[in-house]
Design a protein around this ligand. Structure first.
Ligand SMILES: *[C@@H]1O[C@H](CO)[C@@H](O)[C@H](O)[C@H]1NC(C)=O
Ligand SMILES: *[C@@H]1O[C@H](CO)[C@@H](O)[C@H](O)[C@H]1NC(C)=O
Ligand SMILES: *[C@@H]1O[C@H](CO)[C@@H](O)[C@H](O)[C@H]1NC(C)=O
Length: 778
């Protein structure tokens, strides 16, 4: 969420402004940066015995010669920090801007990507996990899952967590070629039959930020941050009974695929996650033999060929690896998505039916509800009232309620409950500021950006988080009453919350900036208040002043929803090893649900109104139905490549994706919207004349061999939609049948419209969301 992105953005800027090179590398006085160079490996001249030798020679030819004579070939080898060879072909190298410009023109160089710092998609807030009822565990406890390995690109792993116990697990699958890298506080014995791999990627980070200070950071797979431990356990954590955070969210904690294996690829450090490291990790993970990659981080959106994560994910997809990424925490602003490439599964976040209620009882007798994960020695008496104060002043209470460090006057807040706005700095940090100023409690009020979405945090002092409306009424009381007072009460954990799920306010929204014809996000999964394993290195609030140590923590973010989908994908892969990554995503999307537990359309937490496909994609994952989807919209490498052929890339830019394969544009797709995607986004021009748009799709029967499916389309006001043919007769398994869906505009309708296409045989319901979008200029 915004709270954290600001921090990361600052880190991002700092890294760029204060690039200080390790002196051993700085042979020239011009500043150097890391560049990832993509090479056309088939262009390697015969004279070189291996690719690395060729890369070194290529780099050598552009190096600015130092004044003193030296061995420049050796220097070139020193400048190269990675060479890549599986999902991506090329290397990462330190260069001055001038050298980089020269290198771009060298033989065999396809593309040059300056290093980018990615951010983790967490919000450090509370959340909990309860995806399936306990009774369904048997459905998931399948021995086939032992064969699936999920690679998690993150902050590393805390191997002592009970979630990574390997009791009862079969030997490591034979196809697995990964390794357990050792380092400070991490030995071979920290890997087991659950954690089958652990590797670190830091050359890009060190090149930009200087050598890792091993007193501050573990240069090993050990997770000091907690994020990587949390995401890995959400994917494939072994069941742990009586898991809880300080008494909250008690129950059995387990990952989505409790029998699957995890391999931790540590790419995120205190200074961020660097693209050259991420690329190396994806490349290595694919070579190691992962089946699924779970990537809960992102950067900005750039075009397909310039986004190295997207290019590497294309390579992974080619090797049959399912890649699931977080959509980002930029919501509720529109067009806030990251990781939008069609070969990536883009996951948004929603709530579950569990909550952590707390109340604010005002001096006037009113009781208002909120949430909290506070558990500490300082408890406020419910029989007593405490003075209440707004952190701002009466002339501008909203502007001044941010509770930033140094803004609270101890004379004003000591002994009082302080009202702060959720704002953009980390929420737990505000609690620390109030505590330091002598406050006895805090009410953290949402602003318009968060609406009524309640996220609970492990605050260091009694705190209740409240929605925007409740916040306003508390502020009104405080500013109009001569002696405002309140007390806070904590009610523990409540389940069965209705409505749920609700799309999280922070979850990034469409439309897809790069290609509006591809509907993103793909789907939503639990990402608010998720309980999962935690590092032993920091407390649940992540503040350095937090001395508490917990085995489990509650976090929120699309970082938490992505590993849910990665875990379910691992289950599907185990049961259907022949399904392509596209078939797995299709199964997840066409079986997703769009109604909540009150039978109403899933709501949007930021507005309280029904959400739409630009918020939730195909809907909320429904793992059990995804096992048997009936039909799938399948795609392979050539399909994605044909899609890229519609994206106005130059032949050179397209080569970034083809590598050594012989992919070429056959111009099969008239329109990017013709990609055989399980969602349909009809982009029409915003003018009154009648427009007819036909999109093409092909479904593969993976259900009953002889079956008949009928099409149903929800009504739209701005267009007539026809499906041709309306009935599909299948006579065998794996049979493919095509249909056309035609949009004919009827009335001028400038707003986007939403609905769905459903194919049903009476047993299976294969639903695709439909969006009709009007663009002023296309
Ligand atoms: C309230 O805050 C505003 C904005 O910081 C400031 O200009 C004003 O002087 C403050 N008023 C009082 C009464 O403190
Ligand atoms: C090139 O593509 C064709 C199909 O289009 C395939 O049969 C052939 O094996 C490919 N060749 C290589 C070298 O990949
Ligand atoms: C779909 O439309 C194309 C023309 O765009 C046509 O050639 C094809 O026969 C149609 N397919 C079906 C199943 O109607």
């Amino acid at each position: 969420m915004a709270e954290n992105s600001v921090k990361w953005l600052l880190l991002f800027l700092t890294c760029f402004l204060t690039i200080s090179l390790p002196t051993s590398m700085a042979t020239t006085s011009t500043p150097m940066k890391t560049y990832v160079i993509q090479m056309e490996n088939s262009a390697k001249p015969e004279s070189f015995t291996d690719h690395l030798e060729w890369y070194s020679s290529t780099v050598n030819s552009v190096l600015t010669k130092p004044e003193t004579e030296g061995d420049t070939v050796e220097e070139a080898a020193d400048r190269i920090i990675y060479s890549y060879g599986t999902a991506f072909h090329g290397f990462a190298v330190r260069l001055s801007e001038e050298e980089a410009e020269k290198l771009e023109d060298e033989h065999g160089v396809l593309a040059l990507y300056p290093e980018i710092v990615y951010q983790l998609h967490t919000t450090r807030s509370p959340s909990f996990l309860r995806l399936e009822p306990e009774s369904s565990i048997s459905v998931w406890a399948n021995s086939l899952d032992h064969d699936v390995v999920v690679g998690v690109l993150d902050t590393g792993i805390w191997p002592e967590s009970p979630s990574f116990k390997d009791t009862g697990m079969a030997p490591v699958p034979k196809h697995w070629k990964g390794a357990c890298e050792t380092g400070r506080d991490f030995t071979k014995r920290n890997c087991n039959k659950k954690i089958v791999g652990a590797r670190i990627f830091y050359h890009g980070y060190e090149a930009a930020s200087g050598k890792i200070n091993e007193h501050e950071e573990h240069k090993s797979p050990r997770d000091q941050d907690g994020h990587g431990t949390h995401t890995a356990a959400t994917v494939a954590g072994s069941p742990v009974r009586d898991a809880t955070l300080l008494g909250y969210a008690g129950g059995t904690a387990r990952g989505m695929a409790p029998k699957a294996r995890v391999a931790a690829y540590k790419v995120c450090w205190v200074g961020g996650c660097f693209s050259s490291d991420i690329l190396s990790a994806i490349d290595q993970a694919v070579a190691d033999g992962v089946n699924v990659l779970s990537i809960s981080l992102g950067g900005g959106v750039s075009s397909y060929h310039l986004d190295s994560l997207s290019v590497a994910a294309f390579g992974a997809m080619e090797m049959g690896v399912f890649v699931s990424c977080s959509a980002g925490n930029g919501g509720p602003d529109p067009v806030s998505l990251t990781n939008v490439s069609p070969w990536i599964t883009t996951v948004g976040a929603s709530t579950m039916d569990r909550d952590f209620p707390a109340t604010v009882q005002l001096g006037n007798g009113k009781i208002l509800s909120g949430v909290s994960l506070y558990k500490g020695r300082r408890i406020l008496s419910i029989n007593k009232q405490y003075p209440l104060v707004c952190a701002g002043n009466s002339s501008s209470p909203d502007l001044n309620s941010l509770c930033l460090e140094g803004t609270l006057d101890p004379h004003v807040v000591a002994g009082k409950i302080v009202i702060c706005d959720r704002g953009i700095s980390p929420r737990v940090q505000k609690g620390q500021v109030v505590k330091d100023a002598g406050g006895v409690g805090m009410i953290l009020a949402n602003t318009a950006a968060n609406g009524e979405e309640l996220v609970a945090d492990s605050h260091l002092l009694p705190t209740v988080g409240v929605g925007e409306r409740v916040g306003k009424s508390i502020k009104h009381y405080t500013l109009t009453h001569p002696h405002p007072t309140a007390t806070l009460a904590f009610l523990g954990t409540k389940i069965g919350i209705r409505p749920s799920p609700v799309v999280a306010a922070f979850s990034s929204r469409g439309p897809n900036l790069l290609t509006p014809e591809i509907l993103k996000p793909d789907l939503v999964a639990p990402g608010v208040n998720i309980l999962a394993a935690w590092t032993g290195d920091v407390g649940p609030s992540t503040l350095s002043t937090d001395r508490r140590r917990v085995k489990f923590n509650i976090l929120s973010g699309t970082s938490m929803s992505c590993p849910h989908v990665s875990g379910v994908a691992a289950l599907l892969k185990a049961r259907h090893p022949d399904w392509s990554p596209a078939a797995i995503r299709s199964a997840l999307m066409t079986t997703a649900y769009v109604h909540d537990n009150t039978n109403n359309p899933i709501r949007d937490a930021s507005t309280g109104a029904p959400s739409n496909a630009l918020d939730h994609g195909a809907g909320h994952i429904n793992p059990i139905r995804a096992l048997d989807p009936g039909l799938v919209y399948d795609m392979g490498v050539q399909d994605y490549f044909e899609f890229l052929c519609t994206q106005k890339l130059t032949p050179m830019q397209l080569k970034v994706f083809t590598k050594s394969s012989n992919l070429s544009c056959q111009h099969i797709l008239a329109n990017p919207g013709d990609l055989n995607y399980p969602a349909i986004s009809a982009v029409l021009p915003d003018h009154p004349s009648k427009i007819v748009l036909t999109l093409h799709r092909t479904v593969t029967n993976i259900g009953t061999p002889i079956s008949m499916y009928h099409a149903k389309v929800s009504p739209f006001t701005g267009a007539t939609i026809t499906v041709e043919p309306e009935t599909l007769h299948f006579t065998r398994k794996y049979q493919k049948l095509s249909f056309n869906i035609t949009f004919t505009t009827k009335s001028r309708q400038s707003k986007a419209e939403f609905g769905g296409l459903m194919w049903t045989d009476g047993v299976h319901k294969v639903r695709s969301p439909i969006v009709i979008m009007r663009l002023a200029k296309i």
